[in-house]
Ligand binder design. Structure first.
Ligand SMILES: *[C@@H]1O[C@H](CO)[C@@H](O)[C@H](O)[C@H]1NC(C)=O
Ligand SMILES: *[C@@H]1O[C@H](CO)[C@@H](O)[C@H](O)[C@H]1NC(C)=O
Ligand SMILES: *[C@@H]1O[C@H](CO)[C@@H](O)[C@H](O)[C@H]1NC(C)=O
Ligand SMILES: *[C@@H]1O[C@H](CO)[C@@H](O)[C@H](O)[C@H]1NC(C)=O
Ligand SMILES: *[C@@H]1O[C@H](CO)[C@@H](O)[C@H](O)[C@H]1NC(C)=O
Length: 474
């Protein structure tokens, strides 16, 4: 259509276009002034420090609010001191370090240094570094001059970032997220963290050099916290009771540290908690905390790798929403209560391996319809296993039973030959007389524990039906 325009209409078109361009630029001048030169220059300096090998000024010569690398975010903010319609551009986010094609922030080079021009950004809300400091050591500097409007401070996988967190925080009254993972930062979690009143997520995880530090007693002052993850830092000491004050907490992960003592009773006040991981610490000798039974929002509970001891308590009635429960290697004794199978109807993962559990496996565990993995390895369990052929077929190799010399295959369970030779191959056939009285009725001809389950299937079925009627009736 455009190429069939007559010369007069094309002149009109041109005039209109020019007119609207003029309007637009007038509008822009009126409402969208350019980024101030101090912030413009500070963006270049920051880009040059994280990657001196790229010609940032040549690649992005224009107003950085109109054309900037992905990850440098500008916003037009109203002027609080006037009520006219002028909006002033400011840099509000700096995201450094290539993450994905969909989020291709400026890539950091191996000889990057920490940007020291951050104080110019008076309205900075987010500062993010992903795999930016990976080469020669980079000291985490004081951030005291960074804007008090900062809401997110994120350092992910920066193994060369070192120094202490002590004394680095500015007046961060708006900070909602602080994330520090995979760094070389040392000296524990400083008390100053507890002076960040807006914090909703505190994730300090996988910082191998942070250890020997304790966690601040006043961490419970951070009343808005929803996520507290201090996993994999080698932290020591006890867990402060004050954590029980964090009533909005959804996730608490303190796994893989060296925490000692008792798991504080006060954690029972975390009535919104959905995820609790205290695994692989040194919490000792007080058994599995009974208060867990009064935290009905729990979805995942991992206490594995602590010397807790004791028997599995009857706490499952209010925990019907549990999806994952890890109690591996915690020194459990006694039986597996059938209540676990009765109440944990949605459970997908159960780990009870590497304990001293004894007795038979309750048949209720074999009725759990959503289980994807059940690990009962290395206990002292005994008797015929209660898992049906369809159950075994569904879970396959994730049904882990090895290392329980007393358990056996009760031939009345009708597993296929493939199953008995496959995922159940390490289990012996129950001795007909002592280990399973009904199996004695159907023992097959060769008597040597061979696996020919099909021969007597009809008899097994009929007598099985009678047996169930008898059980139900009696
Ligand atoms: C802002 O608006 C109020 C009324 O809405 C007016 O009284 C005041 O003079 C204005 N101030 C400025 C600086 O324009
Ligand atoms: C960074 O390293 C590159 C080579 O990898 C080198 O050309 C450049 O000069 C270095 N820059 C600085 C500031 O050390
Ligand atoms: C900290 O920031 C808040 C608002 O962001 C401000 O009201 C307060 O005066 C600041 N405090 C200090 C000590 O600068
Ligand atoms: C981590 O920091 C320590 C000093 O605190 C230093 O000796 C070590 O080399 C650093 N490791 C890395 C990978 O930078
Ligand atoms: C079990 O899972 C189903 C489906 O995901 C869900 O609708 C139900 O609320 C869950 N039950 C409990 C007690 O959480």
């Amino acid at each position: 259509m455009a190429f069939s325009l007559s010369s007069s209409s094309s002149t009109l078109f041109f005039t209109l276009t020019l007119f609207s361009l003029l309007l637009l630029s007038h509008h822009q001048q009126q409402q969208f002034p350019p980024l101030n030169s101090a912030e413009q220059e500070s963006v270049y300096l920051a880009l040059e420090s994280i990657n001196p090998e790229i010609q940032w000024r040549t690649l992005y010569p224009d107003d950085l609010c109109l054309s900037a690398p992905h990850g440098v975010i500008c916003d037009y903010l109203p002027n609080p001191n006037s009520n006219d319609t002028v909006f002033t551009p400011h840099i509000v986010e700096l995201n450094f370090g290539y993450v994905l094609d969909s989020s291709d922030n400026p890539p950091c080079s191996s000889n990057s240094s920490f940007p020291l021009s951050l104080s110019s950004f008076s309205h900075l809300r987010k500062l993010f570094f992903y795999r930016c400091f990976t080469g020669s050591p980079v000291l985490i500097p004081s951030l005291k001059t960074v804007s008090s409007e900062l809401e997110e401070l994120v350092f992910m996988e920066n193994p060369a970032l070192f120094g202490s967190l002590s004394g680095i925080f500015g007046n961060f009254t708006s900070l909602r997220r602080f994330i520090l993972t995979g760094s070389n930062v040392s000296g524990g979690v400083p008390d100053e963290i507890t002076k960040l009143p807006s914090l909703e997520q505190l994730t300090i995880s996988g910082n191998r050099n942070l250890g020997m530090g304790m966690i601040p007693n006043d961490l419970g002052c951070l009343e808005k916290l929803r996520v507290l993850d201090l996993s994999r830092n080698g932290l020591t000491g006890t867990i402060p009771n004050s954590l029980g004050n964090l009533k909005f907490l959804l996730k608490l992960d303190l796994s893989c540290n060296n925490f000692v003592g008792k798991i504080p009773e006060d954690l029972k006040n975390l009535q919104n908690l959905e995820f609790l991981d205290l695994g692989f610490n040194k919490f000792g000798n007080f058994g599995i905390p009974l208060f867990l039974g009064n935290m009905p929002r729990l979805r995942e509970v991992y206490l594995s790798g602590n010397p807790l001891g004791g028997a599995i308590p009857e706490i499952w009635k209010n925990l019907r929403g549990i999806l994952g429960i890890g109690l591996s290697g915690v020194g459990l004794v006694g039986n597996i209560p059938s209540s676990m199978g009765v109440f944990l109807t949605n459970v997908s993962y159960i780990g009870l391996d590497n304990n001293k559990l004894e007795g038979t496996i309750p048949k209720e565990l074999g009725l759990l319809e959503h289980v994807n993995e059940m690990n009962l390895q290395n206990n002292q369990l005994s008797g015929g296993i209660p898992f049906s052929a369809p159950f075994v077929a569904r879970i396959g190799g994730k049904l882990k039973l090895e290392g329980n010399s007393g358990i056996c295959l009760d031939k009345s369970m009708k597993w296929s030959v493939d199953q008995v030779k496959g995922s159940l191959r390490n289990l012996r056939i129950c001795s007909p007389t002592t280990e399973n009285p009904n199996a004695a009725l159907f023992v097959d001809g060769n008597g040597n524990g061979g696996v020919s389950l099909s021969r007597n299937w009809y008899l097994v079925f009929v007598l099985g039906v009678f047996w169930s009627i008898y059980l139900v009736g009696g």
